[in-house]
Design a protein around this ligand. Structure first.
Ligand SMILES: [Mg+2]
Length: 405
C-alpha cells in the first residue's frame, strides 16, 4: 500500500486531505508542523510527501532542506502545497528540489493527478533499475541507485561535459552593482535530464566522487574568472562551494595555488564558501585550513548561515571574510518579526566582527528594502537574477544590469 505523509498545520485542510487520500486507498500519516513532519519522514520513509509551504517554526522550505540533506529521504517525491501562486515561490521550491507544486484551493483531480505523476515517475525508475544487470544493495532507493550509476560513469569516463557551471550574480545593495558571482554546478544528464545539486551532491559526497567533481569545478571557475578579467571585467570576484571531503584533501592548498598560478590569477578574486556543518565537523582542523587559505590571499565565506549547528561563540574565532545568511531567514522577512529580528542582529554582529554580509534568496522588494535598512552589504536571489549560464551572465555584466532601475 502506498504511504503518503501530509504535513499541514491547518487542521481542516489536513483532515480534508487525509479523507480524500484514504478514500483512494492510500495509507496516510499526518504531521501538524514541520518538525514532526521531518521526524515522521525519517521514521516512516513514506512513498510521497505533501507539504504546506507556510507553517510556523519550520516552514515547507525548512522541511525540504532537511529532507534533501539526507540520502535516505532525499529522493522521496515532494509536493508543495501553497495558498500563494507567486512565481518566485514556485521557482524557489523547484530550485530546492521539490518535485511539484499545488496552489490551494486545488481540485481532487489536480491533487490525484500530481500524486500519480510523481508515483509513476518513481515506478519507472524502479523498473529501469530492476532490468539493469548491476547488483546494488537494496537498502538504497532506486532513484539514488540510478543517479549513482550515472554519476560514476561521468566521473570515471571523464564525461564532464555533462556538467555546466551557472553563475548567480551577487549585488552590492548600496550601489546596486554586480560585484561577484556564486558558481553553481548543474548536471544535464542525457539519460536523466536536469539533475539538481540537492539530488546529486549528497550521492557524490557519500561515494567520494565529489573530490573529482570539486576539482573540475575549481579548475573551471579559475579559468572563467581569468577569461572575464581578460576581457575587462576586472573587479569580478567568484565564489566556489567546497565540500567537506574536498576541504579536507591534504593537497587542497598546493592544488589551489597551482590553479592560481596557471591562470595568472590574483587570489583575492576567489572566495571559498564553506557551510557551518563542514566547519563544525572538525573545528580546529577547519580553522587551520581556513587560515592557510587566507594566507594564500583567498577570501572565505560561511554559507547558509543560521540553519546549521554552529554556536555564535565560534564565529569570533573563525577566519571568515563573509557571512551569507541562509534564505530561510530572508524568505518573507518583512512579515515575520522573528526572522527580521534575527537577521538584524546577525548583520550587526557580523559587522562588529569585520565580516561582510550577503543575504541569500532575496525575492521581493520588501525583503530588499528591509535588508537595506539593516545595512546588509550584498544580496543574491531571484529578485535580481537566477543563476545564469556563462554567456548570459556575461551579457548581464556588459549590459551593466543594475539592482535599482
Ligand atoms: Mg553557496
Amino acid at each position: 500500500m502506498i504511504k503518503i505523509l501530509v504535513i499541514e498545520d491547518e487542521e481542516s485542510v489536513r483532515e480534508n486531505l487525509l479523507d480524500l487520500l484514504e478514500a483512494e486507498d492510500f495509507k496516510t500519516i499526518a504531521a501538524a508542523n514541520g518538525r514532526t513532519g521531518v521526524d515522521l519522514a525519517f521514521a516512516e520513509a513514506p512513498d510521497l510527501i505533501l507539504c504546506d509551504m507556510m507553517m510556523p517554526e519550520i516552514d515547507g522550505y525548512g522541511v525540504l532542506t532537511a529532507l534533501r540533506q539526507d540520502p535516505l529521504t532525499a529522493t522521496i517525491p515532494f509536493i508543495f502545497l501553497t495558498a500563494k501562486s507567486a512565481k518566485s515561490d514556485f521557482r524557489q521550491g523547484m530550485d530546492m528540489g521539490a518535485d511539484d507544486y499545488l496552489t490551494k484551493p486545488f481540485t481532487r483531480a489536480e491533487l490525484l493527478g500530481a500524486i500519480m505523476n510523481r508515483l509513476e515517475r518513481q515506478a519507472t525508475l524502479k523498473k529501469y533499475l530492476s532490468s539493469s544487470p548491476k547488483i546494488i544493495p537494496k537498502t538504497v532507493s532506486p532513484k539514488i541507485q540510478l543517479l549513482e550509476m550515472n554519476l560514476q560513469r561521468v566521473v570515471k569516463q571523464k564525461q564532464f561535459q555533462e556538467f555546466e557551471l551557472h553563475y548567480q550574480p551577487i549585488v552590492d545593495i548600496a550601489s546596486g552593482q554586480i560585484i561577484a558571482a556564486e558558481s553553481l554546478l548543474r548536471w544535464q544528464s542525457p539519460e536523466l535530464g536536469l539533475v539538481t545539486p540537492t539530488e546529486f551532491i549528497p550521492i557524490a559526497e557519500s561515494t567520494g566522487l565529489i573530490v573529482a567533481i570539486d576539482q573540475w569545478v575549481l579548475e573551471n571557475v579559475c579559468q572563467q574568472i581569468k577569461i572575464w578579467h581578460d576581457v575587462g571585467i576586472a573587479y569580478l570576484t567568484m565564489t566556489v562551494n567546497l565540500s567537506l571531503m574536498e576541504f579536507h584533501q591534504p593537497d587542497l592548498l598546493p592544488k589551489i595555488n597551482e590553479l592560481l598560478g596557471r591562470n595568472n590569477l590574483e587570489p583575492q578574486y576567489l572566495e571559498i564558501e564553506l557551510t557551518e556543518s563542514v566547519i563544525m565537523q572538525d573545528i580546529n582542523g577547519a580553522i587551520a585550513t581556513m587560515n592557510q587559505l587566507q594566507s594564500l590571499g583567498l577570501k572565505i565565506a560561511i554559507d547558509d548561515f543560521g540553519t546549521g549547528y554552529s554556536s555564535l561563540i565560534y564565529l569570533k574565532n573563525l577566519p571568515i571574510n563573509t557571512l551569507k545568511i541562509d534564505r530561510y531567514f530572508i524568505h518573507n522577512i518583512a512579515a515575520d518579526h522573528q526572522k527580521s529580528a534575527i537577521t538584524k542582529a546577525l548583520i550587526e554582529m557580523a559587522h562588529n566582527l569585520n565580516m561582510r554580509v550577503i543575504a541569500e534568496g532575496v525575492e521581493t522588494d520588501e525583503e530588499l528594502h528591509l535588508l537595506r535598512d539593516y545595512h546588509c552589504d550584498a544580496m543574491q536571489g531571484f529578485l535580481f537574477s537566477r543563476p545564469l549560464p556563462a554567456a548570459e551572465f556575461e551579457n548581464f555584466l556588459w549590459s551593466n544590469r543594475h539592482l535599482y532601475i
